[in-house]
Ligand binder design. Structure first.
Ligand code: AMP
Length: 298
């Protein structure tokens, strides 16, 4: 069983072409919808009294949401960000933690023996606390971002030490170690505990570091880019979803998982919020997988 913990958010996203206000987002939302294409996925998170019923239904249709709490007193986590013409660069306008600020998460009885746990980007202290509540997960992967690196760096480092794999985007990895080389960052991440690190580089693909080897993989080429929000989480969810279906996690398996990560990330950026991700069919994934192999086999 795969359980994903992270934020379930209302996102306001501004691009030079369009603004979407309070649309469904959050790291656990993107990651778990993406993962659910390869395996049944359970979600742990919290939303507030302002969370629309239609979003709740959308999650319910795709996921096991027995781990989703609805607060009657506080508002949903809200993230407001902008992109310029270079959609690779995001500016955070506002992070309103609201309901997630002081919430003590619990793991529902039915999820405790989850073999696979994905700790999507969230407060690293909450991530560490919730991890202790699972009985004996076989594989744990976490993600983090600049907000937590800036505000709780020591806790981010402690969390990284407790997981089997870490995913980060390039600028965040560089911020974490005050380093300019992505390769060095990947090595530093692994020297801190996990057996592998994946660094995402947007349209420049992603880098895996495992067993002292670097494996750079290209992104799936798509000309449609509307909103990159959630691409990293969609990558992470698909990566974890694939790994949860495998017997071992050697370099070859990790590389194959990255291909699915790249493909799901490529869908997410094609529309605002989760719009494209929720319309993806098994056949679409299969087609991009075939295409990916065709393009990159020589
Ligand atoms: P990504 O574009 O993959 O890095 O993640 C985008 C998602 O992260 C958005 O849907 C936001 O709701 C969520 N998010 C933004 N800031 C934070 C934060 N500080 N902690 C957890 N989730 C966040």
């Amino acid at each position: 069983m795969l359980t994903i913990f992270g934020t379930v958010a209302l996102d306001t996203t501004r691009t030079p072409f369009h603004t979407v206000e309070r649309t469904l987002g959050g790291t656990a939302t993107f990651a778990s919808i993406s993962a659910s294409n390869s395996t049944p996925t359970s979600l742990i998170g919290i939303v507030g009294h302002d969370f629309p019923e239609s979003y709740l239904q959308l999650l319910k249709d795709r996921l096991d949401i027995r781990g989703l709490t609805i607060s009657q007193t506080e508002k949903t986590f809200h993230y407001d960000s902008s992109f310029g013409y270079d959609l690779a660069k995001r500016t955070t306008n506002k992070t309103e933690l609201n309901v997630i600020a002081n919430y003590q998460f619990t793991v529902p009885e039915e999820y405790i023996d989850s073999e696979f746990v994905y700790l999507a980007n969230n407060d690293p202290v909450q991530n560490m606390n919730i991890l202790k509540l699972f009985s004996s997960p076989k594989l744990v992967i976490c993600d983090t971002m600049d907000f937590w690196i800036i505000n709780k760096r020591d806790d981010v480092m402690k969390l990284i030490n407790k997981v089997d794999g870490i995913m980060l985007n390039e600028s965040e990895a560089k911020l974490l170690f005050k380093e300019t080389s992505t390769l060095k960052c990947a090595r530093l991440l692994v020297s801190n505990g996990p057996s592998f690190a994946v660094i995402n580089k947007g349209e420049n693909g992603s880098l895996l570091f495992h067993n002292n080897e670097f494996y750079p993989l290209p992104a799936f080429p798509t000309e449609i880019i509307k909103d990159p929000t959630g691409a990293g989480d969609s990558f992470g969810g698909a990566f974890m979803g694939y790994l949860s279906q495998q017997e071992k996690w050697d370099s070859m398996t990790l590389k194959n998982a990255m291909i699915y990560g790249n493909i799901m990330g490529s869908f997410t950026i094609e529309d605002y919020g989760i719009q494209r991700l929720v319309s993806v069919k098994a056949e679409d994934i299969k087609k991009r997988h075939q295409k990916y192999k065709e393009i990159f086999t020589f």
